[in-house]
Design a protein around this ligand. Structure first.
Ligand code: HEM
Length: 389
């Protein structure tokens, strides 16, 4: 039964990519009310050409937007240049390789403590998947990590208040509660930081005058919400996906044991094979065409990263999980102006966690328990227990 669920998750990704890449890889999909783009070079173009494919849904979408008060829609990730450039530059210095290296001792310590009493069994999400990225992003932002359960609840409510899910009254109510609590929380945090700055991301944002004036509290909240959400949900999913891939591919696990130096490459292969973010949306700023399909202004275009990562024109044997695959130019961190800010952090967190798991769980890995739910694109693993004798 457990194996069936693991196979279902892996198969879903393979089949979605395979179906998408058939034909010319571009089609209008009614249930999504969107043009869905699968091929590598087409996805790359959608992500790179930001003047044709905007991230600003509020400005360009031709459809009504039920989730217009979702803070993510006003955040950095939903902006186009030049404003995007101004704001991104502000926080970039908190994400440089050097700044992230300074966090490594505390990341290593968190992993060590969270695995200290693991005895042949690990609640992957509860023990590492959430605590690890939440502590790291809390340290970067300059907030206490003790609100982890709230961060998780707010993230779930905000990320699932999107697309067709936004019509659901239950999700709307959860979103309203989460949003009210989150606004109240960040207002308190800002007051503390204004009284006593420590030089963290929140202080950088509070002091910034990107275009001659300070950011409003709403803009600051949107920014912090984006970092909080992007910073932990994706990393949790990458860790889950890594465990699934290695449990399902014992040869790859043995290869890593024989040569732990391969761990960073193996993490890149998990990113390609089972990307935490399956696709990302853009909105056409004018009439355009992709692979000969005419697309009108204001259309939603979904760039399907998970299919692009399996495009046989770019990746040899794309259906094979090969932990030593190089080069591995997957698009799982996006591309172009919105390229993920947290890549160094996520890669380090994963490398540290996987090395520790290889050491603490030296036998074969299997999945003892798994529970899944639906994500806007794909399957969300809600609970995962790794078992190893
Ligand atoms: C953007 C994936 C971890 C912060 C993105 C994008 C993707 C992505 C695909 C681009 C979205 C688009 O083009 O629309 C991932 C994955 C991660 C991860 C797969 C982990 C495995 C992180 C972490 C942080 C972070 C740890 C912060 C601590 C951001 C931010 C953006 C972003 C702020 C928006 C950048 C912009 O719009 O300029 N991420 N991310 N991400 N990510 Fe990540």
């Amino acid at each position: 039964m457990t194996d069936d669920v693991v196979t279902e998750v892996l198969d879903w990704c393979r089949e979605t990519a395979g179906d998408g890449l058939s034909g010319d890889g571009v089609r209008f999909v009614e249930p999504f009310d969107a043009w869905v783009v699968h091929g590598y070079s087409e996805v790359n173009r959608v992500l790179t050409d930001h003047s044709t494919f905007s991230s600003d849904e509020l400005r360009y979408s031709a459809r009504p937007i039920p989730h217009r008060d979702n803070p993510i829609l006003s955040s950095l990730s939903a902006m186009d240049p030049p404003r995007h450039h101004l704001l991104r530059r502000l926080v970039s210095r908190a994400f440089t390789p050097r700044a992230i290296r300074a966090l490594l001792p505390s990341i290593t310590d968190t992993v060590r403590r969270q695995l200290a009493d693991a005895d042949g069994e690990l609640d992957v999400i509860g023990r590492l998947g959430y605590p690890l990225p939440v502590r790291a992003i809390s340290a970067l932002l300059g907030v206490e990590a003790d609100r982890q359960p709230d961060f998780m609840r707010w993230t779930e409510a905000i990320t699932s208040f999107a697309g067709s899910f936004a019509e659901d009254p239950g999700r709307q109510a959860a979103f309203r509660t989460a949003h009210t609590e989150l606004v109240e929380y960040f207002r308190e945090v800002f007051a503390k930081h204004r009284a006593r700055p420590q030089g963290d991301v929140i202080d950088i944002l509070l002091a910034a005058e990107p275009d001659g004036s300070r950011l409003s509290d709403e803009e600051l909240i949107d920014f912090c919400t984006l970092l909080l959400i992007n910073g932990h949900e994706t990393t949790k999913t990458l860790l889950v996906n890594t465990v699934l891939c290695l449990a399902a591919h014992p040869d790859a696990l043995a290869q890593l044991r024989a040569d732990p130096g391969l761990v960073p490459d193996a993490v890149e292969e998990v990113l390609r094979f089972l990307p935490p973010v399956g696709g990302t949306d853009r909105f056409t700023t004018g009439p355009t065409s992709i692979a000969g399909h005419a697309i009108e202004t204001g259309q939603r275009v979904m760039a399907m990263v998970l299919s692009a990562n399996r495009d046989p024109r770019v990746f040899a044997e794309p259906e094979k999980f090969r932990p030593d695959r190089t080069p591995n130019e997957h698009l799982s961190f996006g591309h172009g102006v919105h390229f993920c800010l947290g890549t160094h952090l996520a890669r380090h967190e994963l490398a540290i966690a996987v090395n520790a798991l290889l050491y603490r769980f030296p036998g074969p890995w299997s999945v003892g328990r798994i529970a899944t739910g639906h994500a806007p694109v794909g399957i969300d693993v809600l609970d995962l227990v790794l078992v190893s004798p």
